[in-house]
Design a protein around this ligand. Structure first.
Ligand code: CUA
Length: 325
């Protein structure tokens, strides 16, 4: 028998521990997630102790012979029932209730925070910075050490916004604006994932929150605010012409060009994104060509149609998009 057959189970077990993964509620990266993690540990430890206590008492009752039973139990029968069935639960449950209410109160939305609007789509995230006039997708840049207010919406079905290291989950419901907030105490990257089944590619609806030192965030927002300038090289100019001619601009916008489609992600700075297809594949030259040529082969069911372009045109288009930093 080979050990390899156990490999998937072992991997699952290890990944469940979340020791090194950035996407773990047990490795909080911000004040809100830290409060939730502490509450989780307190509840888990308390109820584990109670579970073993109950099992021990149950086993005692099962294995103790009737003859060994004293004629007069220490507290009398009703005393035991009152102590174990009424007093003990109250002593445990009431402090836990107070503690969890306190935690809920501490998770209230902070005032005067930067607002970012996140709109869930099948199967990607639209990210808008109303105060900066910036629109992007699948990557949320925030200043570290500050609370960030989120307005969560959906363009189609119910999604759920969840970056475990930065706060709990919040549903994104069509027709409703749900308010939420996140905070990263330190600069870094924090992975998130849609947490409500939303169709075929629900599992490939990931996002990353990039927390930057506040001055770097200001510089980032200022740079993103600028519309794209005219392409530099002949190849890139040809790429833009193909983008406009082949129909890409009916779904995608690139600020500074005539492309103003709203169905798919804004591509003004696509070249600087880490992944394609909301965390599905790394954003490399080859992957971008493959994605444009046949997105269905990478993420079946996605609303991006296959673009049947000659190889030279695909290359020019890819070169142009990669240059949009
Ligand atoms: Cu969006 Cu699951």
């Amino acid at each position: 028998m080979s050990n390899s057959r156990y490999a998937p189970a072992v991997c699952l077990l290890l990944s469940g521990c979340g020791a090194e993964g950035a996407q773990s509620a047990l490795r909080p990266g911000g004040i809100a997630a830290a409060k939730i993690a502490t509450l989780t540990w307190v509840m888990t430890v308390t109820f584990t102790v109670i579970f073993f206590l109950v099992v021990a008492v149950m086993l005692l009752a099962v294995f103790r012979s009737r003859q060994a039973e004293p004629a007069h139990p220490p507290f009398g029968r009703s005393g035991l029932i009152i102590a174990g069935g009424v007093v003990l639960p109250l002593v445990v449950v009431i402090p836990l209730l107070i503690y969890s209410l306190e935690t809920s109160a501490a998770l209230r939305m902070p005032e005067d925070a930067l607002t970012i609007r996140v709109i869930g789509h099948q199967w990607w995230w639209e990210v808008e910075y109303p105060e900066h006039g910036v629109v992007t997708a699948n990557e949320i840049h925030i200043p570290a050490g500050e609370p960030v207010r989120l307005e969560l919406l959906s363009a189609d079905v119910i999604h759920s916004f969840w970056v475990p290291a930065l706060n709990g989950k919040r549903d994104m419901i069509p027709g409703i604006v749900n308010e939420f907030w996140i905070q990263a105490d330190r600069p870094g990257e924090y992975r998130g994932q849609c947490a409500e089944y939303c169709g075929l590619q629900h599992a490939h609806m990931a996002l990353v929150v990039v927390a930057l030192p506040p001055e770097e965030f200001a510089a980032w927002a200022h740079q993103r605010d600028e519309p794209e300038t005219a392409p530099d090289t002949e190849l890139e100019r040809e790429g833009l012409a193909i983008f406009l001619r082949a129909g890409c601009s009916r779904c995608h916008a690139i600020r500074g060009t005539p492309a103003a489609g709203e169905l798919g992600p804004d591509l003004t700075h696509i070249g600087s994104r880490e992944t394609l297809g909301a965390g599905t594949i790394p954003n490399t030259h080859g992957n971008l060509m493959g994605w444009i040529g046949n997105a269905q082969g990478v993420k079946p069911g996605v609303f991006m149609p296959a673009m049947y372009l000659p190889a030279e045109e695909l290359h020019a288009l890819t070169q142009y998009l990669e240059g949009l930093k």
